[in-house]
Design a protein around this ligand. Structure first.
Ligand code: Z5A
Length: 207
């Protein structure tokens, strides 16, 4: 049996990752592929507990290194107990965020040096990288307005627009550096149009 493909969805908050993951799942199922949809931080009971720690707003200032290590602690658990076994058995894995989010949020957003992230990436993942990264790109105000009309802001969503602008810039820079792996879609378009482009992309990847 051939290994499944590992496809991640990235972007700043509220750009429509959860919505488009559902579109991608439907397109893959229609093509007869076994699919696992999961998310980061999270995806297993222990990694979800770490997610709770990371997203809960708190009075205590969170050290950047603590945040970075918790992201990779959750990732190690998720990767080794869920993602890798699924890929090995031929399942296509769709993941709402992965390590590109760490480069964008902890690197671009918080200013953690890229080399520190790369060291942990190698330790936790070895050579594993996503086969494809779908970057849903939109001006930060568009995503912020969508996310904030929906629920109370978590610890990240309390950050200012400038933080999300650095994150968007970092994603776009990485997309430019890795044009074969990154698929950049304009997420400011109407929902139906973004969904149509995601379904077309998935059909192309399956073919
Ligand atoms: N984080 C990190 O710092 N480092 C890491 O390594 C990782 C994560 C892995 C949790 O992520 C936080 O963890 C995240 C980064 C950090 N914090 N932030 N910000 P998350 O993915 O769970 O949270 P999120 O980024 O805030 O996602 P979200 O708010 O759930 O947004 P979304 O999934 O991209 O969007 P959505 O729920 O699909 O859509 C939002 C709303 O917009 C919804 O009402 C939709 O119906 C609507 N929508 C979607 N698309 C459209 C279009 N095209 N037009 C109009 N309306 C639309």
């Amino acid at each position: 049996m051939s290994r499944g493909q590992f496809i991640t969805f990235e972007g700043t908050e509220g750009v429509g990752k959860s919505t488009q993951l559902a579109t991608a799942r439907e397109a893959l199922e229609a093509a007869g592929k076994p699919v696992l949809v999961t998310r980061e931080p999270g995806g297993t009971p222990m990694a979800e507990a770490i997610r709770e720690l990371l997203l809960t707003p708190r009075d205590e200032a969170v050290n950047d290194l603590t945040e970075l290590l918790l992201m990779f602690a959750a990732r190690a658990q998720h990767l080794h107990s869920l993602i890798l076994p699924a890929l090995e058995e031929g399942t296509w894995v769709l993941c709402d965020r992965f390590t590109d989010a760490t480069y964008a949020y902890q690197g671009g957003g918080r200013g953690v040096p890229r080399e520190q992230i790369a060291t942990l990436e190698q330790l936790v993942q070895g050579d594993l990288r996503p086969d494809h990264i779908v970057l849903l790109d939109a001006p930060v105000e568009v995503g912020m307005a969508r996310a904030r009309s929906r629920s109370a802001p978590d610890r990240f969503e309390r950050e200012k627009a400038a933080f999300f602008q650095r994150i968007r810039d970092c994603y776009l820079e990485r997309a430019e550096q890795q044009p074969l792996r990154y698929h950049v879609l304009n997420a400011a378009q109407p929902l139906e149009e973004v969904s149509r482009q995601v379904a077309t992309l998935i059909s192309r990847l399956v073919a």
